[in-house]
Write a protein that binds this ligand. Structure first.
Ligand SMILES: Nc1ncnc2c1ncn2[C@@H]1O[C@H](COP(=O)(O)OP(=O)(O)OP(=O)(O)O)[C@@H](O)[C@H]1O
Length: 251
């Protein structure tokens, strides 16, 4: 298990007194309304944002004790606005950003189906196609480490823009990578993905930790309704999965 913890993490008013331990969970879902601090937490865990106080422990060391080169070899992050406006081809992007000049590994290609875009320019791809390419780039950056089950993936809304089939394929890939020892921490807005996938859910609101634990412990209607400021009901599907939906408030 990759040790990943944060202690009394503060980032101006964006994150306040966050104590979290992700060591025992390999697939972590960060949820919460807009502005809750999900991206800030991911970027702090990646070492992109320096906390104003508190610290992150990755593999028995504080994040500050690693240099950028060491961090880039251990963890990879998908940022929310990872789009490229200059006319790089997919091949050039993978070469420049992660020195990848080979065929896309089968496991990645099966989920993301990006080989077909190899000679296309990024700005000429659709939003979802670009997102799939960026996800491939993030995986390839530390692919040799991921293959050994030792990678840390920090993904800010990786499902954004993906069609249903690619959402399913991506979630299956991430689950399988997490089962082989890699740690995946991702933010998402569709809470229906949590059950069956997340080992640990983190619910944030206004920079503060509201709840963390298993799906059973965190996806509680009252708690969610209060955090999201809307009525949320939880039902159980025939397969026993938790299904969440907002309930319109009669006015
Ligand atoms: N660069 C920045 N400088 C200062 N404040 C910021 C910056 N980026 C975001 N914020 C603020 O920090 C808070 C947390 O933002 P963050 O992007 O982490 O939220 P989020 O949970 O990822 O939201 P969303 O679901 O909308 O992506 C928000 O109040 C936001 O306005």
């Amino acid at each position: 298990m990759i040790e990943l913890r944060c202690h009394n993490l503060n980032c101006d008013s964006r994150l306040q007194q966050i104590d979290l331990d992700f060591t025992q969970a390999n697939f972590v879902h960060l949820i919460g309304p807009n502005g809750a601090g999900k991206s800030t937490l991911l970027e702090t865990l990646a070492g992109i944002i320096k906390p104003s106080s508190g610290h992150v422990i990755l593999r028995q060391q504080t994040l500050e004790s690693y240099n950028l080169h060491q961090l880039a070899a251990m963890r990879s992050m998908l940022k929310q606005q990872d789009s490229v406006s200059f006319p790089l081809t997919v091949e050039e992007l993978l070469l420049f950003y992660c020195n990848w000049q080979y065929a896309i590994p089968k496991q990645i290609e099966l989920a993301l189906e990006v080989e077909q875009y190899r000679h296309r320019h990024l700005p000429e791809l659709s939003g979802g196609e670009q997102q799939r390419v960026q996800l491939a780039r993030v995986l390839l950056q530390i692919w040799s480490v991921i293959e050994q089950g030792e990678g840390l993936l920090l993904l800010d809304e990786p499902l954004k823009g993906l069609d249903l089939r690619h959402q399913q394929k991506l979630m299956s890939l991430l689950k399988s990578l997490s089962k082989s020892g890699n740690k995946v921490v991702m933010s998402l807005h569709d809470l229906n993905w949590c059950d069956g996938y997340a080992d640990q859910v983190v619910l944030l609101k206004q920079g503060r930790l509201v709840a963390t634990g298993t799906v059973q412990q965190t996806l509680i209607p009252q708690q969610l309704s209060s955090a999201f400021d809307c009525l949320i009901s939880v039902q159980t599907s025939l397969e026993g999965k938790k299904l969440l939906q907002t309930v319109e408030n009669p006015s």
